[in-house]
Design a protein around this ligand. Structure first.
Ligand SMILES: C[S@@+](CC[C@H](N)C(=O)[O-])C[C@H]1O[C@@H](n2cnc3c(N)ncnc32)[C@H](O)[C@@H]1O
Length: 298
């Protein structure tokens, strides 16, 4: 396992060939979107995107544990006035190869500014597509519970008979949507829409997502000590979230500058987390005089 807590320079498809089978708990990544920012990190033509991505996904399948999850942050771009279908095509081709398209989350970008386009409005959300190898996978739902919110005050104060009846017809969760279940609770499960601000601070990388995004999925799909892989790690946002949560990380990027950027960005976080090597989520704000610096961090 000497790949743990390292950034590795190279094409993720080639690098991952050297990894053992079933060694990763969560793959969380945002690949280059078709043709976008070609100069910055080599976008791929929308028509060739699926063929470019599938051999990489083959390696993702091999290294992911059967109980693991793959979260893909992607959005189809507009080509000739309409949305291209490469994301839909990719999902269908992945399903043919055995992946389950378990769920889809929407990242609503809370802080975007207004704009005007002739035939559409500002694009204010992105997809986070969840794939699994099997129906039973690790999921810590309690780790991402949210405050019940103000709606509960009015809604739960006067419950009708219908509210008290179980409604299994649509959700099939076993808990149903019996509204009275939530009386007296402070925390509830979140929805699949995540309201998070985009990354505003300049990280010298043009496509950084906010650390809150990988943070949420790492809490949900891994335990402390598990291994999180970002095969297109860029400025190291996924690695930073993993370190802060006491998980191991592996970050791959084809661009040397980004690897250096990621290393610098996460170095201080590693110093602050003395026990990550043992997989403990002991977050400390005091600096322990380098004592616990990650031994095998590169
Ligand atoms: C959308 S950016 C990722 C940004 C990252 N999520 C962050 O927060 O900084 C995609 C990254 O993929 C890298 N990349 C492109 N092709 C790659 C490949 N074949 N293997 C590994 N990395 C690649 C690019 O250099 C770029 O940094």
């Amino acid at each position: 396992m000497d790949f743990l807590n390292r950034y590795i320079l190279g094409d993720c498809e080639e690098v991952l060939r050297r990894f053992p089978d079933n060694s990763i708990d969560l793959i969380f990544t945002s690949p280059p979107y078709a043709d976008q920012r070609q100069k910055a990190y080599g976008g791929v033509s929308p028509d060739k995107y699926v063929d470019w991505f599938l051999p990489k996904v083959e390696q993702f399948w091999r290294v992911l544990k059967p109980t693991g999850t793959f979260i893909l942050n992607i959005k189809e771009r507009v080509v000739d006035g309409e949305r291209h279908t490469y994301v839909i095509d990719l999902i269908l081709r992945m399903r043919e190869r055995g992946w389950l398209w378990t769920e889809e989350f929407m990242w609503h970008k809370k802080n975007s500014y207004p704009g005007k386009w002739p035939n559409r409005f500002r694009d204010n959300w992105e997809r986070l597509i969840q794939f699994n190898k099997q129906k039973k996978f690790k999921m810590n739902q309690e780790a991402v519970m949210v405050p019940v919110g103000d709606w509960a005050k009015d809604r739960l104060a006067s419950l009708s008979e219908t509210d008290k009846a179980r409604d299994e017809s649509r959700v099939g969760s076993g808990f149903g949507k019996n509204v009275s279940n939530w009386v007296g609770r402070d925390l509830v499960y979140p929805t699949n829409v995540l309201h998070m601000a985009t990354e505003c601070s300049n990280r010298n990388h043009s496509a950084t997502f906010p650390v809150t995004l990988p943070d949420w999925f790492i809490k949900l799909f891994t335990d402390p000590g598990d291994v999180v892989l970002d095969p297109f790690v860029g400025s190291g946002t996924t690695a930073l979230a993993a370190i802060q949560l006491g998980r191991h990380f592996v970050g791959i990027d084809i661009n040397k500058e980004y690897i250096e950027l990621a290393r610098k960005r996460t170095a201080s976080a590693q110093i602050r987390l003395p026990h990550i090597a043992e997989g403990r989520a002991a977050y400390s704000t005091s600096r322990p005089k380098n004592k616990g610096r990650l031994k095998n961090a590169r």
